[in-house]
Design a protein around this ligand. Structure first.
Ligand code: ASP
Length: 353
């Protein structure tokens, strides 16, 4: 834990701070599996998405608009398993999942097993803003999308030769989705805007060869996506079944929220008392923050618990204190982060920052 420098507390109140983190999936992403061209293409796409989101935040736009802008760019990029480039189901169709959450009021929207919508994140957002529900699925969600006037695409829009080859491999070998490493490439973004509002969103095609209407963690609020102004914003990627069982995104936010008042209380104890036995100074929440290390520790703990069950993957987070970071137990995760303090970078492999 650490006390915020007075200047930092002032900055927060003045509304100058913002942060954003994005991901494009986690997995067995090793240097020997990725060509130099893929490496360059993915970094360029991550940079473009990060820039788009940062631009919104820099200009004073909302975290919700920032993450939507970033996610749409990654959905439109065929290198990622979301929107164009989504993986195929066992029946060689695409069933897309997405969710979004606004930490200022805990409003949320999600869609599962959809197709026809060009940008699933826009449909999740429409469910949040324009319907009385949190989650819609399948044909009903597709109908809602058309009624909302969202851009529609033909079923073949999502297909890429790379994803077709993957499903053909799976079908030829008759292997289970769990036996292949073709599931990664999910995209997500989290942000804190200048008003201090947290936002999180995730979008995916799910797992190659999924069947029986399987739905992963990405559209499940609390598992793959969560945002709460009192704690953090999280978007996940990885073996969805494990993220659902641990409720990873909500679990990280809850641990931050619970540790936060305890940390204030502990810091208060270090303040000297006067002759009457009263504290000479009362610590106010706006002067206080969890340190980068503490937030990482909490995220790492939850990822380790998910890993102990047998799951792999990772998360990105943003905090109300302007931090943005990652935690993952895979060799790599496509990721990027930017903050008002000048942090701006994208990375792929586990040994990069
Ligand atoms: N979490 C996604 C799912 O289980 C897949 C991924 O993130 O790669 O559907």
């Amino acid at each position: 834990m650490c006390l915020v420098q007075p200047a930092l507390a002032k900055d927060i109140k003045d509304g100058d701070r913002w942060s954003i983190a994005i991901h494009g999936g986690a997995g067995t992403i090793n240097r020997d599996k990725i060509t130099l061209q893929q490496d360059a293409e993915i970094r360029a796409a991550l940079r473009k998405a990060l820039e788009a989101g940062s631009d919104v935040l820099r200009k004073g736009g909302s975290g919700m608009d920032a993450i939507t802008a970033s996610i749409m760019i990654l959905e439109d990029d065929p290198n990622f398993n979301a929107g164009k480039g989504a993986v195929f189901t066992w029946d060689k169709t695409n069933e897309l999942d997405s969710s979004i959450m606004d930490g200022s009021n805990l409003s949320a929207g999600a869609v599962a097993g959809i197709n026809g919508t060009k940008n699933p994140i826009l449909l999740a957002r429409a469910v949040k803003d324009k319907s009385p529900h949190v989650m819609l699925s399948g044909a009903g969600a597709n109908q809602f999308s058309r009624e909302q006037g969202l851009e529609q695409v033909p079923p073949e829009y999502y297909a890429t030769p790379y994803r077709l080859k993957q499903i053909e491999d799976v079908l030829a070998k008759k292997v289970s989705v769990k036996d292949v490493d073709y599931k990664f490439g999910t995209v997500g973004a989290v942000a804190m805007d200048k008003a201090g509002n947290m936002a999180a969103g995730t979008s995916t095609g799910g797992m190659t060869g999924k069947r029986w209407g399987r739905i992963g963690d990405s559209p499940i609020i609390g598992a793959g996506t969560y945002a709460d102004n009192r704690s953090c914003a999280v978007s996940a990627t990885g073996d969805g079944e494990y993220f659902i069982r641990v409720g990873v995104a909500h679990e990280i936010c809850t641990r931050i929220r619970m540790r936060w008042p305890i940390a204030i209380e502990e810091a208060q104890k270090s303040v000297p008392k006067n002759a009457d036995g009263n504290y000479t100074y009362t610590i106010h929440a706006s002067e206080f923050m969890l340190s980068d290390e503490e937030v990482h520790e909490i995220a790492d703990e939850v990822i380790a618990e998910m890993g102990n069950l047998g799951g792999t993957g990772g998360i990105i987070f943003a905090t109300p204190w302007g931090q943005a970071g990652y935690s993952f137990n895979t060799p790599g995760m496509y990721r990027g982060r930017a903050t008002s303090e000048g942090v701006m970078g994208v990375s792929i492999y586990g040994d990069e920052e």
